[in-house]
Design a protein around this ligand. Structure first.
Ligand code: SAM
Length: 272
C-alpha cells in the first residue's frame, strides 16, 4: 500500500533527519516513514541484520506484558513513548479483553501523535498526548491524561523500548521515580530497553548510527537496567531478556534469548 506523505506528514517536521519513531514504524512494516528514515533503516539493517527481528521480539514482550496486567486486574494504561500506531497497539490488546480498558498514549514525535489521534477518533477510552516523558509532572497533570485515567487507582505505566533514548542513568532513574511516586500502590511499571552486552560490535555500530537520528541511543547493562526498578517489587521472573519474560508460545522464545539484545521486567508499587 502506498500512502502519500502529504496525507499524514505534520508541518514543521525536518525531512532530512531520521526519526527513531518513523524508523521503528518502517521496521515493523508501517507506512508512516520518509525516504530519510528508510535509508537509515537499510544502513542499520546492513550493519545488524537481526534488527527487524529484535524489534518485533520487543513488541511481543509488550503484548505479553499487557496480557499479564489485565490478568492482574489493571484496566488503565499510560503508554509512554508509544510510537506510531502499528499492529497490536496497547488499546487493541487491552480492549479485546476488557472493552472498557482505558489507554493514554504519550509520545514526543509529531507523526506518532497525529496518527494515534486519528486512529482514536471514535474510541472514547483512548487518547494521545504529545509530550516529553522526561517531565513526569507535566504528563501526569495534563488534562488529556487526568480526564481519562483515575490516578488514585492502580494503573500500568509502560515504558517499552523508550528509556534507551534517555542518556544518563541518573535521569532515567529519576524519570521512573517521578511516575512511581505519583501512581497508586498496586500499580505496575513495565520497562524494556536495549543492552549492548550481547549486541557485540554490530550493536556498537548501530548505536553510533542512531546519533544521526533525533534520538541518540544509550544501551544499558543488566545492573543499570535493574536500578530503574528501585522502590518497586519485581514480578517473577524479574529482569530477563525480553523473550524470557513469561513466553506464551514457542514462537516467543528460542534457545538464544540474548539475541534480543534487550532486557525487560515489570515492577509493582508495594501496597505498604
Ligand atoms: C522504539 S519506539 C517504541 C514504541 C513502543 N513503545 C513499542 O515498544 O513498540 C520509541 C518511541 O519513543 C518515543 N520517545 C523517545 N523519547 C521520548 C521522550 N523523551 N518522550 C516521549 N516519547 C519519546 C519516540 O518518539 C518513539 O516513538
Amino acid at each position: 500500500m502506498l500512502v502519500h506523505e502529504s496525507a499524514w506528514m505534520p508541518t514543521g517536521l525536518d525531512p532530512e533527519v531520521p526519526s527513531a519513531a518513523r524508523v521503528y514504524d518502517y521496521f515493523l512494516g508501517g507506512y508512516h516513514n520518509l525516504a530519510v528514515d528508510r535509508e537509515f533503516a537499510h544502513r542499520a539493517q546492513e550493519t545488524m541484520p537481526d534488527l527487524p527481528v529484535i524489534l518485533r521480539t520487543s513488541r511481543r514482550f509488550l503484548r505479553r506484558a499487557v496480557h499479564f496486567l489485565l490478568d492482574e486486574g489493571i484496566t488503565q494504561f499510560l503508554d509512554l513513548g508509544s510510537g506510531i500506531p502499528t499492529a497490536g497497539n496497547v488499546h487493541e490488546i487491552a480492549q479485546a479483553v476488557a472493552p472498557h480498558a482505558r489507554v493514554a498514549y504519550v509520545d514526543r514525535d509529531s507523526v506518532a501523535i497525529a496518527h494515534s489521534a486519528l486512529m482514536l477518533e471514535k474510541n472514547a477510552n483512548a487518547v494521545a498526548l504529545r509530550a516529553d516523558l522526561r517531565r513526569p509532572r507535566d504528563v501526569l497533570h495534563s488534562d488529556v491524561v487526568t480526564d481519562l485515567l483515575d490516578l488514585s487507582q492502580p494503573v500500568a505505566v509502560l515504558m517499552s523500548a523508550v528509556l534507551h533514548f534517555v542518556e544518563s542513568d541518573a535521569e532515567a532513574q529519576s524519570i521512573v521515580a517521578g511516575y512511581r511516586n505519583a501512581i497508586a500502590p498496586g500499580s505496575f511499571v513495565v520497562i524494556s530497553q536495549g543492552t549492548q552486552e550481547t549486541a557485540g560490535e554490530q550493536g556498537e555500530q548501530v548505536i553510533r548510527l542512531y546519533d544521526e537520528t533525533d534520538s541518540p541511543f544509550t544501551a544499558r547493562n543488566r545492573d543499570q537496567f535493574t536500578q530503574l526498578f528501585k522502590g518497586l517489587d519485581l514480578v517473577d521472573p524479574g529482569v530477563v531478556y525480553v523473550p524470557q519474560w513469561r513466553p506464551e508460545s514457542p514462537d516467543d522464545v528460542d534457545e538464544h534469548p540474548e539475541r534480543s539484545c534487550a532486557y525487560g521486567a515489570i515492577g509493582r508499587k508495594p501496597l505498604y
